[in-house]
Design a protein around this ligand. Structure first.
Ligand SMILES: Nc1ncnc2c1ncn2[C@@H]1O[C@H](COP(=O)(O)OP(=O)(O)OP(=O)(O)O)[C@@H](O)[C@H]1O
Length: 303
């Protein structure tokens, strides 16, 4: 269990992390989600005492600087490329293992586990980002820690690699570990995470289940097709909190009423229906709504 309270960090006048408090529970994957520049990496550095700032993070009730063998308790990868470029992958891990009293046999075990055993005698300098990510994960798993903190581990992985990562993280969580993983891509997180901590401009936007995030930040709408669309639109607009938009020929997009209500209103008004379809808003839409005004770098459409 990780308990982060009142984390804060400024760079001059810029507030990178603004009074963030959250908990990360064991036995599940918690996604740390936010647009680029939202403060995810800074938060993770604060949690691991790699940066100075406000607040406190407790790992099973203990501060990072009091852990006797951090590698055996917390596996962290904040920068996939932060390995010695010219030492072989295997030797890099062997040195780390030796420093923490971890047997050398564990190195081959984790290299095998992350699927890079065949390149273990190569230098990471020539690794693709995907391979570097796998090496980072191998390093994090070296001490068989109960907690994993990974910054954008899916970055550079192909779709096959992302599925692999999801399975690995879920399996590690299912063993009772605490897994905290950041990403700026909601689609990725929705595949991997059970719970979300969503931030924008350093501030907390949401903490809870992935599904809860969708229902809190999106509204489902219902598409209705009827040869008497305008009569139905009038009847629906008479209801409290219902909005109706035309959606092409003989069709309406209704928000604020579910399919059951719309069907009943149609029946009561003698309106014939040809289609009644609920559209559940996507996770991506929820993310845009939640972080829309918190977006640090808004993409400008070309053209
Ligand atoms: N060393 C630094 N000096 C000044 N500003 C910084 C520094 N590091 C980060 N920042 C700023 O703090 C904010 C948060 O950055 P951070 O890297 O934590 O965000 P992030 O959510 O991890 O983004 P990304 O997904 O792009 O890595 C950004 O506005 C960034 O420009």
């Amino acid at each position: 269990m990780i308990l982060a309270t009142h984390l804060g960090k400024r760079y001059g006048a810029k507030v990178a992390v603004d009074d963030l408090s959250f908990e990360v529970r064991p036995g599940m994957v918690t996604g740390f989600l936010g647009p680029n520049g939202a403060g995810k990496s800074t938060t993770m550095r604060l949690m691991l005492d790699l940066d100075r700032g406000a607040g406190e993070t407790l790992f099973d009730g203990r501060r990072f600087d009091t852990l006797r063998q951090p590698l055996r308790e917390i596996g962290a990868v904040l920068e996939a490329r932060a390995v010695h470029p010219t030492r072989t992958a295997r030797n890099h891990l062997r040195m780390l293992a030796a420093g923490s009293g971890i047997p050398a046999s564990r190195v081959d075990e984790v290299l095998e586990f992350v699927g890079i055993a065949d390149v273990a005698r190569r230098k990471p300098k020539g690794f693709s980002l995907g391979m570097a990510q796998r090496l980072g994960l191998a390093q994090a798993l070296l001490g068989d820690p109960g907690t994993l903190i990974l910054d954008e581990p899916a970055n550079g992985l192909d779709p096959h690699g992302i599925h692999w990562l999801r399975d690995v993280l879920r399996a590690l969580a299912a063993e009772g570990r605490t897994v905290f993983v950041s990403s700026h891509l909601l689609s990725e997180m929705s595949l991997m995470a059970d719970e979300l901590v969503v931030v924008g401009r350093g501030r907390m936007i949401y903490q809870g289940k992935v599904e809860g995030f969708v229902s809190e930040f999106t509204r489902s709408t219902v598409l209705v097709r009827s040869p008497q669309a305008s009569a139905l639109a009038d009847a629906l607009r008479a209801l409290d909190g219902v909005s109706v938009e035309p959606a092409g020929d003989d069709a309406l997009r209704v928000a604020g009423a579910d399919a059951v209500t719309i069907g009943d209103v149609a029946f009561d008004n003698g309106v014939r229906l040809h289609e009644l379809a609920t559209t559940t808003a996507s996770l991506e839409a929820a993310f845009m709504t939640a972080t829309g005004d918190a977006e640090e770098y808004v993409a400008v459409p070309r053209g």
